[in-house]
Write a protein that binds this ligand. Structure first.
Ligand code: SF4
Ligand code: SF4
Length: 81
C-alpha cells in the first residue's frame, strides 16, 4: 500500500508559479482558482486523493512554501503461536 501524505502551503510565500503542480508525480496538485493569497496569487492545493508524501513538490518550490507530512504506519509484531 503506498504511503499517505498531505501538504501545507504557506500562502505568504506561494506565488502560484505551478512548478509543484507540474512536478507532482501523482498529479494531485492544482492552483485553487477560487482563492487568492494575501499577495494576490492563486495558491496551490491538493484537489484529489493520492498524495504519497514524496516531497518532490517541496523540493522544487523556489519559495519553500510547502511542508510535507507523511503518515507512518506502525506495524505490530505477529503473535507467536
Ligand atoms: S512551487 Fe511553490 S510558489 Fe510555486 S505554486 Fe507551488 S507552492 Fe506556490
Ligand atoms: S508530496 Fe509528492 S505526491 Fe504529495 S503533493 Fe507533493 S509531489 Fe505530489
Amino acid at each position: 500500500m503506498p504511503a499517505k501524505g498531505w501538504i501545507e502551503v504557506n500562502e505568504m510565500h506561494c506565488k502560484g508559479c505551478e512548478l509543484c503542480v507540474t512536478a507532482c508525480p501523482q498529479g494531485v496538485l492544482e492552483l485553487d482558482m477560487s482563492r487568492l493569497t494575501p499577495k494576490g496569487y492563486h495558491p496551490t492545493h491538493i484537489y484529489k486523493d493520492g498524495c504519497t508524501g514524496c516531497a518532490i513538490c517541496a523540493l522544487v518550490c523556489p519559495d519553500a512554501a510547502i511542508t510535507v507530512y507523511r503518515e507512518v504506519v506502525k506495524r505490530t509484531a505477529p503473535a507467536v503461536a
